[in-house]
Design a protein around this ligand. Structure first.
Ligand code: FES
Length: 166
């Protein structure tokens, strides 16, 4: 049975693979034991979420409820976590670079496309478990995942542009 999550290619108009991440709606959010909780843009009531922990550039952990089907970039922005995303998910930069702390979680997601790999090659501090946050969807298999935001990024898209959440 396929247990890999789909990579989001929304910029190209591809719809996330709902089947790969589909599940029943939960009645409550997953609770976590992090040092920081954010609820600035709460998921809709009844919306299924997973727990995602972002480790920021200062090493501070932010554990949030990530709605299934949203990209890790969108979730970061909705929770005011400082992940750049200069091209807003159009695969034209590498500023949404995230590093999966646990290789087991990394293996659960679909491999990066060639275009994502090309952008990743430009990323600062590339690792074997690097991905672009705008290309990875929250899905059940990633519940409990921890991702690190590198201490720096390279922005070839629009220098210094930091999109604001909508
Ligand atoms: S936001 Fe530019 S590639 Fe992800």
């Amino acid at each position: 049975m396929l247990r890999k999550c789909a990579a989001a290619l929304r910029a190209r108009g591809l719809v996330p693979d709902a089947a790969a991440c589909a599940s029943r709606v939960q009645s409550s959010w997953l609770q976590t034991s992090s040092s920081s909780q954010h609820q600035s843009d709460a998921p809709a009531e009844g919306q299924e979420t997973i727990s995602v922990t972002y480790i920021d550039k200062e090493g501070k952990e932010h554990t949030v409820a990530a709605p299934i089907g949203k990209t890790l970039l969108e979730v970061a922005h909705e929770n005011e976590i400082d992940l750049e995303g200069a091209c807003e998910g159009s695969l034209a930069c590498s500023t949404c670079h995230l590093i999966f702390e646990d290789e087991d979680f990394y293996k659960k997601i679909a491999e990066p496309t060639e275009d994502e790999q090309d952008m990743l090659d430009l990323a600062f501090g590339l690792t074997d478990t690097s991905r672009l946050g705008c290309q990875v969807l929250a899905c059940k298999e990633l519940d409990g995942v921890r991702v690190r935001i590198p201490s720096a990024s390279r922005n070839f898209y629009v220098d210094g542009h930091k999109p604001k959440p909508h």
